[in-house]
Design a protein around this ligand. Structure first.
Ligand code: ZN
Ligand code: ZN
Length: 362
């Protein structure tokens, strides 16, 4: 992982923000900037403090040993906080003469208020201070997502043997999670979605006690995590014989997925990728049932930049890793979604999700 270039990119953003110091304190942004393994979790009390000449990582006694080991050979200097992290950091920055500070827009409001009170100078909240930098992935990051996607593919293959009438959505979701954890996934990037029959009309349905019935379409949306990096995929499976209407819905979504993928390449505006899939569903008279954007970036978080939707302002760049996930949701009837994870390159994309996409009947 090229940590030096990440720190340099942050410094360039600080120059744009006319800030001579930055405090980065959200877990995934810290994880990205430091590339520390086995240090940063959601419970950590820590901050990356970057100036033009220094890169310091502050944390408390619970994490200090792991952080010191992880920082060996890197630009990061590890400091143990004593009393209050932000009081100490603001004092230090003041003593070094800093009068302008950049913060992430994602910091909780309470922390923002506290730092604003402590820091004797201008505090600038930067929208996506680190998130912009995280968009384009290095080869090592893509390798980790490829491994995560492969675990999820195996999970799908496994769950095809588990899906059956009479099973509850919650049972299937739990089995999927167990399988992926047993087969190399770290903590789930998000709770697997298993939505059957009419429940599938809610794109982010929570798996419940509904028992799968013959004639259902079941939407399975899940991912694994490897080396800190997430994957995200969706497949929709038929249980027993499904109606011709549902099969037509499936075929239309598959065609939209393929049209979206065909539009993926570096330089392509995200709105046009979204439109390529949306047009297909419109042609099938299903446009009004496609109620979300076509895709999103994936990385350390399962939802990252760029967004691929009707209002996106980005164009795809080489190294972006994004999902292509058209869906159709008919209230109280059914839902279909097919989601692939791809790494964008100059001529198109590298497919990271390899599970079959023809309608599978179990
Ligand atoms: Zn998904
Ligand atoms: Zn997704």
């Amino acid at each position: 992982m090229n940590v030096d270039s990440r720190i340099d990119a942050l410094r360039n953003t600080m120059i744009e923000a006319r800030a001579t110091a930055a405090i980065v304190s959200t877990a995934t942004n810290m994880r990205y900037l430091t590339a520390f393994e086995g240090v940063i979790d959601r419970g950590i009390n820590a901050a990356c403090v970057v100036t033009e000449t220094s890169a310091r990582f502050f944390t408390d006694s619970r994490y200090i040993e792991a952080a010191t080991a992880a920082a060996q050979g890197s630009l990061w200097q590890v400091h143990q906080q004593k009393e209050n992290l932000y009081v100490e950091v603001c004092e230090l920055l003041h003593s070094e003469g800093h009068s302008s500070l950049a913060l992430e827009s994602s910091v909780p409001y309470g922390r923002f208020s506290f730092i604003s009170e402590q820091f004797r100078g201008a505090v600038r909240v930067m929208n996506r201070l680190v998130e912009e930098i995280r968009c384009v992935k290095e080869a090592e990051e893509i390798d980790r997502m490829t491994a995560a996607a492969a675990i999820a593919d195996r999970g799908f293959d496994h769950i095809l043997g588990v899906l059956a009438t009479g099973k509850t959505e919650a049972e299937v979701a739990l089995e999927l999670e167990f399988f992926m954890r047993r087969n190399g996934s770290e903590e789930m990037p998000f709770a697997p979605i298993v939505a059957s029959g009419p429940n599938a009309s809610r794109p982010h349905a929570i798996p419940g006690e509904r028992r799968i019935e013959s004639g259902d379409l079941v939407v399975l949306d899940f991912g694994a995590r490897f080396g800190g990096y997430c994957s995200d995929m969706t497949r929709t499976v038929a249980v027993g014989e499904v109606s011709d209407e549902l099969t037509r819905m499936y075929d239309a979504v598959l065609e939209a997925n393929e049209a979206g993928l065909a539009a993926v390449r570096a330089g392509m505006p995200c709105v046009e990728v979204d439109l390529a899939a949306r047009e297909v569903l419109g042609r099938h008279g299903l446009g009004e049932y496609f109620t979300h954007g076509l895709g999103h970036g994936v990385g350390l978080d399962v939802h990252e930049m760029p967004t691929i939707g009707a209002r996106s302002s980005h164009s795809l760049r080489e190294g972006d890793v994004v999902t292509i996930e058209p869906g159709v949701y008919v209230d109280g009837v059914a839902g279909v979604r097919i989601e692939d994870l791809v790494a964008v390159n100059e001529t198109g994309y590298e497919l990271l999700t390899h599970s079959p996409k023809e309608l599978i009947r179990v």
